[in-house]
Design a protein around this ligand. Structure first.
Ligand code: BG6
Length: 489
């Protein structure tokens, strides 16, 4: 049996896409509350008010990149649909949902805490009701023997910090974040053992994710430096709060293959992969790698650091790498090569592989490749904390949802991860498929793009009563977990 007995099978979600209750229990607004729904190839809009009082909107592109004018503040327009406001209403359904997760046999559940539920302005303002909400959630999970796996920050930022501090471009935000993280780590120290600091740190770039109003390289990398320092401080602090904490980083992993064996294509794929590896090199190895420092020089980026920042980064390295894997891509210097959609970037089409209905390349073996490369390079345990197929589900007349396409996708990826463990010796902690219950899509803002084993009656026009029903994949995944990955159907 390739997987250890305590392998963490489960599912994953994020607060801004699942929780809802955006104004309940004393929660403050977050940037994502001012981002509308969109659609396939129809961008989500960030809505804002300028210094002069004009209301405007600005698109986020498929890479979730997008800014609003300098000095503008997030603004919620009346009569506009904002999917995160209610999302799929975990806030009011957590008991029912956790009971369903337990029926599937989940050993763990990955979720994020909403920063503005704990600190409504993101500063030193604590909201006890918000803290109590997560107490109830964690207690409910533990009642069923499900380990919470908590992302401290998943793609959102208290709106106040974006409006008043230009988000992570300000150094002050490090202290605000550390205060928030310290608060939750103390509060839940006997309930939560597994933590990750920032979701997909390697793709954070837009106003809605990190609150910045410009994303030129200087501003962006300065903001990322602040995020690195904050994360490293939190890792060290977490270990002092509870030495049993297991604290990881989290990155979006999309391995890129050279389109041909032409050396230029190979170099291009190295360049593409380094854009991600940079974040892992800093957070796992504890230093800024040479190739990135050279790139900074070429771009004229000059990171402003305090004296002991590099020391903090060196000391605050993580215990494991959590990562999302949905697809691979290819690199080429041929600008005419066919393009397709990607997880937060436009990708080149791989002629050997098919794509999902949303244009993402489907590549199960790419997961084995990613696991092997990561383990060989970093030698730390790995945790697949996101993987899955976004697809449009149909409810049949008899109420069934026959999502065989999802089963096929997941089966292929589980086989690949088994091979990585069995044949390549990768140390793998667990597997939490993305959106284990239907949630709002981050990239498109849609409900139509669903990932779950559990269907939620919620639609893109804002209708739906939030009732839950099991899809065919529910029982399939239950058997996978019960057999520790042996019975894949
Ligand atoms: C990951 C994010 O990149 O991809 C999730 O961490 C996101 O938040 C997931 O939902 C799938 O992307 P999408 O755009 O299909 O929701």
């Amino acid at each position: 049996m390739p997987f250890p007995k305590d392998f963490l099978w489960g599912g994953a979600v994020a607060g801004n896409q699942y929780e809802g209750g955006y104004q309940s229990g004393g929660r403050g607004l977050s940037t994502l509350d001012a981002v509308t729904g969109g659609g396939y190839k129809k961008p989500r809009m960030m809505t804002y008010r300028t210094k002069e009082g004009q209301i405007g909107e600005s698109p986020i592109d498929s890479s979730l990149t997008g800014q609003i004018p300098e000095g503008a503040v997030g603004f919620i327009k009346p009569d506009t649909f904002y999917p995160s406001h209610m999302a799929t209403d975990f806030y009011h359904h957590y008991k029912e949902d956790i009971a369903l997760f337990s029926q599937m046999g989940f050993k763990c559940f990955r979720m994020s805490i909403s920063w503005s539920r704990i600190c409504p302005k993101g500063m030193y303002d604590l909201n006890e009701e918000g803290l109590e909400f997560y107490d109830h959630v964690f207690d409910e999970l533990l009642k069923y023997g499900i380990e919470p796996v908590v992302t401290i920050n998943h793609f959102d930022m208290p709106l106040y910090l974006a409006d008043h501090y230009d988000g992570w471009s300000s150094r002050e935000v490090i202290d605000f974040f550390v205060f928030y993280a310290k608060t939750v780590m103390h509060r839940y120290k006997d309930k939560v053992k597994y933590w990750m600091t920032f979701n997909e740190i390697n793709v954070l770039s837009s106003w809605c994710q990190i609150g910045i109003h410009r994303n030129d390289p200087q501003t962006l990398y300065q903001a990322h430096h602040h995020i690195f320092v904050a994360s490293a401080k939190v890792v060290e602090l977490g270990h002092s709060i509870n030495p049993d904490f297991i604290i990881g980083m989290m990155a979006a992993v999309t391995p890129s293959y050279p389109m041909t064996c032409k050396p230029e294509d190979v170099m291009e794929s190295i360049r593409f992969n380094r854009a991600r590896e940079f974040y892992m090199d800093v957070q796992v190895k504890g230093y800024y790698p040479a190739y990135k420092l050279k790139e900074f020089q070429r771009m004229g980026v000059n990171i402003v650091m305090e004296d002991n920042d590099l020391d903090i980064i060196r000391k605050g390295t993580v215990d494991f790498i959590g990562f999302s894997y949905y697809m691979s891509t290819v690199s080429t210097t041929d600008s005419d090569a066919e393009k397709t959609e990607g997880n937060q970037f436009t990708a080149f089409k791989n002629p050997y592989l098919s794509t999902s209905d949303w244009g993402w390349t489907v590549d199960p073996m790419g997961l084995r490749i990613a696991l092997s490369q990561l383990y060989d390079r970093y030698h730390v345990p790995l945790f697949i904390v996101e993987n899955g197929l976004g697809a449009a589900d149909t409810v049949e007349d008899d109420g069934q949802i026959l999502d065989d396409y999802r089963i096929t996708y997941l089966r292929g990826h589980i086989k690949a991860m088994k091979e990585a463990v069995e044949l390549d010796g990768v140390e793998l902690m667990g597997y939490t498929p993305w959106g284990c219950i239907d949630i709002v899509s981050a990239g498109t803002g849609e409900m139509k793009k669903r990932y779950g084993f559990i269907y939620v009656e919620r639609y893109d026009d804002g209708t739906g009563d939030f009732s839950r029903r099991k899809k065919k994949s529910f029982d399939w995944y239950k058997k996978v977990i019960a057999s520790n990955g042996e019975e894949l159907g």
